[in-house]
Write a protein that binds this ligand. Structure first.
Ligand code: GCW
Length: 737
C-alpha cells in the first residue's frame, strides 16, 4: 500500500507537526518505492505556489482552512471546491478524498485529518489510484479514542511489569525507570495512529509506588513519551492515585473539598501543562478494589471527579473517572448483594452532577470483561453525563493471547446494541454524544453530556514482545478496536480483511525470499518499526494471488469465529468466571464460588445460573430500559447466550434453541474443542509454504497447541462438573469423565 503511494508524484500542502509526519511518511515510501514528493508550506491558496516546474502531481495531500478550498495549478479546481465544501463540516480529524482526471486529492481542515487520510490511502492501496473515485468524506464517530495501558512503573510482586499483560514487558517502563527504547514508542504511536487512536495513558489504573511520582519529580518521563507520540496525533494522559497528596507525604488529607487538596491538584496540573502543553488529562480508579477515593472522606464520586476536573479545566484537560466500583469483599453467603448492580447503584444518582470535563468510563458489561455479558445498563441511565465505553483488548478472560480470540465481533455487537430497541440510539451513539456541527462544539444543552460523548477506552494488549501482542494474531484486536471506534458500523470481518492486507502484504506471500510483513526480522505486522504494510522491493516471478487467497482463507478460518469458539469451550450461557483464581487462565469451575469477589454461578444438583430478575432475584433486570428490561426478565424471551446471567434454571430447562441447558453445555464444549483442532490443522497446512514467515508460523503453531490443550481441559472439567452435579448423561453418549 505504501508502495502505491511511493510510486506517485506527491504534493503535500500545509504546516504543523502532523503535516511534517505526513510528509515524512510519503518521503519514506518514496525513498523505498520511487516517485517524488514536494512540500508547500501554508494553505495552498495561491495558484502560483503550486509550482509548474516539476512533474505534475498525481497525489495531492492538502490542508485547507475550513470552508476555503485550496486552489492552484496542481489541484483540479472543481475537485478542490467539492472537497473544500465537504471538509468544512468534518471537524479536526476528518478528511475528504476524490480521484479525478488521474489525480487523487485528499483534503483536510486540520493536520490530524491529513494524517488519518494518509492511513486511509494506505488501506485503499492501489484502489486509490485507479479509476475515478467520487468524493468520499470520513470523520471519526467517536472523538476520544484512548488506549489505556495497565503498565506498572515498578515491577509488581504479583502482576509483574504489566498488569494482565500477555505480551512481555512494558514498552514504557522497566524496573521503575523508562524502558529506554524511544524508537519503539515512536513506532507504537505510528501503529496507533494507523489504527485510528488518538490518546493513551502510560501507566496502570492501579497506581502504586513510583507511578505516583509521575505527577511530581518523574514528570519528565511522561513529557519524554508525549514528545515521542505527539507527531502521530496521540495525546498522553496519566492514571493518578486519588490519595497522591497524602501518599507523597505532602498533605495530611486528600479530601476533595479541602482547599489545600484542591490547590495541590491545581498546582500539579499547572506543572503538567507546562511540561506537556497538549496533556490529555487524568484517569482515576477510585474506591475500587482497594484504590483510595472520596468515600474515605464521606464525599461522593462527583465530588472527587469534579475536584480533579476543576484542576484540569483551565488547560482543557479531562478526567476519565472509572465506574468500576463494587464491593470486592463480599460474603458469598450474602445473596442480596449483586455485583452486576453495583456501578448503576453507585453512579446513576450522580447523573448531572459531573463537570463537562468529566468522562465516566464504563466497562462494557456489568461484571468484568467476561466472554459474554450483557451491555452495562449504566450506559443507558446517565443522559446528563459524558460516558465512555471501556473494552479490554488484553485478553485477561479470553485466552490471554495464548488462544486465538478475535474480539471485533464482540465489540461490534456491543457498539451496535440498541438498549431502547431497534431504531433507537445505539451504544456507539451514546458514547459519541450529541451530534455536533463538526468543529468540536456539540449541540444540546444541560449537564455534562452536552460537552460531547466520552468515546472509547481500550485496555492495551501490547508489550515489548517481538510481535507486539504475544500471539501475532492478537494484533488484529488492537487494529479492530481503533477502526470500530472510528466507524462502529464497520463489519468486523471486513476489518479483519484490512488487517490481513496491511499485515501480510500481497507480494510477501508466495515468495519466501522476500521480506514479509508480519514476523520477519524486526518488522512484525501492522506498522511496527518498519513500513506499514511492508512490501518487498524485488518483484517475484510467482503469481501470488492464489497463495494470497490461501493465506486469507486460513486466517479467516482461524479468526472469524474464534470469539464464539472460545465461548463454547469456557463458561456457558453468560454465566461467567469459572476461571482459575488470581491469574484467570484456565478452568476452575468453583474457583470463585465461595470467594469475596461477587462472581458466583450457584450450580447445585438441580440447576445453575444467577437469578437477577425483579420477580424473584436481585432485581438487576430492572436497571434496563424497555424492551430489554422485560426481555431479560422473561425466561422465555431472554437470549440463550445470556440465560444464566439473568436466570437460575433447572438443567433440563429447554433453551430457545430447543436443547436443554445441560445438553447445550455438553454439545458446545465438544464442538468448541473440535473447532480448535480444525483451526490447528488448518494452520499446519500452511507450514513450510512460505506464505508467512517461519518464525511467525512457529509462534502461532505453539500457541494453537496450548489452546487445544487448554480447551480440552475446559471441556473436560466443565462437562464432568455438570454431569456430576446433574446426573444427566450426554444424549450422544460421548466420553465425560
Ligand atoms: O479485570 C480486573 C482485573 C484487574 C484490573 C481491574 C480494573 C487494573 O483483574 O487486574 O485492575 O479489573 O479494571 O481495574
Amino acid at each position: 500500500a505504501f508502495r502505491a503511494i511511493g510510486a506517485h508524484h506527491t504534493l503535500v500542502y500545509g504546516d504543523g507537526t502532523l503535516v511534517d509526519t505526513v510528509y515524512d511518511e510519503v518521503g519514506r515510501a518514496r525513498a523505498r518505492y520511487g516517485g517524488t514528493v514536494r512540500r508547500l508550506s501554508g494553505q495552498a491558496t495561491e495558484p502560483e505556489r503550486a509550482g509548474a516546474d516539476e512533474t505534475p502531481a498525481d497525489l495531492v495531500l492538502a490542508l485547507a482552512p475550513t470552508g476555503s478550498p485550496p486552489a492552484g495549478g496542481a489541484l483540479p479546481a472543481e475537485v478542490g471546491s467539492e472537497l473544500g465544501a465537504e471538509v468544512a463540516g468534518l471537524g479536526p480529524e476528518g478528511f475528504a478524498l476524490a480521484r479525478r482526471g488521474g489525480v487523487t486529492v485528499l483534503l483536510a481542515a486540520a493536520p490530524a485529518g491529513l494524517l488519518y487520510g494518509l492511513f486511509h490511502l494506505v488501506r485503499l492501496g492501489p484502489a486509490a489510484f485507479g479509476a475515478d473515485r467520487p468524493v468520499e468524506a470520513h470523520r471519526p464517530a467517536l472523538r476520544l479514542r484512548l488506549v489505556s495501558h495497565w503498565d506498572n512503573l515498578d515491577v509488581h510482586p504479583v502482576m509483574g511489569q504489566v498488569e494482565r499483560g500477555y505480551a512481555g514487558g512494558s514498552i514504557f517502563w522497566r524496573d521503575g525507570a523508562p524502558a529506554g527504547d524511544p524508537e519503539r514508542i515512536r513506532a507504537y504511536a505510528r501503529l496507533l495512529a494507523a489504527c485510528g487512536m488518538n490518546a493513551m495513558t502510560v501507566n496502570n489504573v492501579n497506581v502504586h509506588g513510583t507511578a505516583t511520582r509521575l505527577l511530581t519529580d518523574r514528570l519528565d518521563d511522561v513529557a519524554a513519551i508525549a514528545d515521542l507520540v505527539r507527531p502521530y496525533g496521540i495525546r498522553v494522559h496519566l492514571s493518578v492515585n486519588f490519595a497522591a497528596p497524602v501518599s507523597l507525604g505532602e498533605l495530611p488529607t486528600a479530601d476533595p473539598l479541602d482547599e489545600r487538596v484542591r490547590a495541590w491538584w491545581a498546582k500539579a496540573a499547572g506543572r503538567l501543562y507546562e511540561a506537556i502543553p497538549d496533556f490529555g488529562g487524568f484517569m482515576v480508579k477510585a474506591d475500587s478494589e482497594g484504590q483510595p477515593g472520596p468515600y474515605r472522606y464521606r464525599r461522593d464520586h462527583a465530588d472527587g471527579a469534579n475536584m480533579l476536573a476543576d484542576a484540569l479545566a483551565p488547560f482543557g484537560g479531562v478526567v476519565h473517572w472509572r465506574a468500576f466500583v463494587y464491593n470486592h469483599r463480599q460474603d458469598w453467603r450474602d445473596r442480596s448483594t449483586d455485583r452486576a448492580r453495583a456501578a448503576y447503584d453507585h453512579f446513576t444518582p450522580l447523573d448531572g452532577r459531573f463537570r463537562d470535563n468529566v468522562i465516566l468510563q464504563v466497562k462494557h458489561g456489568p461484571i468484568d470483561f467476561q466472554v459474554r455479558e450483557p451491555v452495562s445498563p449504566v450506559l443507558t441511565a446517565m443522559p446528563n453525563t459524558r460516558l465512555a465505553l471501556e473494552v479490554q483488548a488484553t485478553q485477561e478472560y479470553t485466552g490471554q493471547q495464548r488462544h486465538v480470540c478475535y474480539l471485533g465481533p464482540y465489540w461490534s455487537e456491543v457498539l451496535r446494541f440498541a438498549p431502547w430497541g431497534p431504531g433507537r440510539p445505539t451504544v456507539a451513539s451514546l458514547v459519541a454524544g450529541p451530534a455536533d456541527d463538526g468543529d468540536g462544539a456539540p449541540a444540546g444543552n444541560g449537564g455534562g453530556a452536552s460537552a460531547g460523548g466520552g468515546g472509547l477506552v481500550v485496555v492495551s494488549n501490547v508489550g515489548d514482545d517481538h510481535y507486539w501482542t504475544g500471539h501475532p494474531l492478537a494484533q488484529a484486536n488492537l487494529y479492530a478496536v481503533g477502526r470500530l471506534a472510528w466507524a462502529p458500523d464497520l463489519d468486523p470481518v471486513a476489518v479483519l480483511d484490512e488487517w490481513i492486507d496491511l499485515t501480510f502484504p500481497a507480494s510477501a506471500t508466495g515468495d519466501p525470499d522476500s521480506e514479509p510483513g508480519a514476523g520477519s526480522d524486526g518488522e512484525p505486522g501492522i506498522g511496527s518499526d518498519g513500513e506499514l504494510g511492508t512490501e518487498p522491493d524485488s518483484g517475484s516471478d510467482r503469481k501470488p494471488d492464489a497463495d494470497r487467497e490461501t493465506l486469507r482463507g486460513t486466517l479467516h478460518a482461524l479468526m472469524d469465529d474464534s470469539w464464539r469458539t472460545y465461548e463454547r469451550y469456557t463458561a456457558p450461557l453468560g454465566v461467567g468466571f469459572m476461571v482459575a483464581p488470581g491469574h484467570h487462565y484456565g478452568p476452575d469451575v468453583d474457583g470463585y464460588e465461595y470467594s469475596r469477589w461477587g462472581t458466583y454461578h450457584f450450580a447445585d444438583r438441580d440447576g445453575v445460573g444467577v437469578d437477577r430478575t425483579r420477580a424473584s432475584g436481585t432485581g438487576f433486570t430492572g436497571q434496563y430500559p424497555q424492551p430489554w428490561s422485560d426481555r431479560y426478565e422473561s425466561l422465555a424471551d431472554c437470549p440463550d447466550n445470556l440465560l444464566l446471567f439473568f436466570h437460575h434454571v433447572p438443567y433440563r430447562h429447554v433453551l430457545r434453541s430447543g436443547a436443554t441447558v445441560v445438553q447445550h453445555i455438553y454439545d458446545t464444549h465438544f464442538a468448541g474443542v473440535d473447532q480448535v483442532a480444525r483451526m490447528r490443522r488448518r494452520w499446519d497446512r500452511i507450514g513450510g509454504s512460505g506464505l508467512v514467515d517461519a518464525a511467525l508460523h512457529a509462534r502461532v503453531a505453539d500457541r494453537l497447541a496450548e489452546q487445544q490443550r487448554c480447551a480440552e481441559e475446559w471441556r473436560d472439567q466443565v462437562n464432568t462438573y455438570f454431569l456430576r452435579k446433574s446426573g444427566v448423561p450426554d444424549a450422544h453418549g460421548r466420553r465425560i469423565h
